[in-house]
Design a protein around this ligand. Structure first.
Ligand SMILES: [Cu+2]
Length: 128
């Protein structure tokens, strides 16, 4: 192989890998700025909350992105921490930002009657 070909291949690989790593780096920065935690909302028969249990840090602001990937409207609330996102329509996403000032494990739940199993649409958040 000629020297020029080797240089061309090396440049091609560098450009390709650079683009790929660049896209991942930008995506990571973008996500980090927008939210700390992602929660998927689905009715119990479609998989329920994901994750159904998670932990956040005491006295530290947290921004959650709640994505409703279901076909019904859902809501979100952590009553004991006074946190709520009232209505998240099918296919939409909302962010909630709060600073937990109580340690412990609290229930979170759907606040919109979304299915016959609506009352099962709940989970646990731990503040530590
Ligand atoms: Cu629901």
């Amino acid at each position: 192989m000629e020297r020029r070909e080797i240089i061309a291949i090396a440049l091609f690989l560098l450009a390709t890998l650079g683009t790929i790593f660049g896209v991942f780096a930008v995506e990571k920065i973008r996500r980090n700025k927008l939210y700390d935690l992602e929660l998927i909302a689905r009715a119990p028969e479609h998989g329920n909350w994901l994750p159904q249990e998670f932990t956040v840090s005491y006295d530290t602001e947290v921004t959650m992105l709640i994505r409703n990937i279901d076909t019904a409207t859902h809501g979100f609330a952590i009553p004991q921490l006074n946190v709520a996102a009232r209505e998240i329509k099918a296919g939409e996403a909302k962010t909630v930002t709060f600073t937990p000032t109580q340690r412990g494990t609290f229930d979170f739940m759907c606040t919109v009657w979304c299915s016959d199993r609506h009352l099962e649409m709940r989970g646990k958040i731990t503040v530590e």
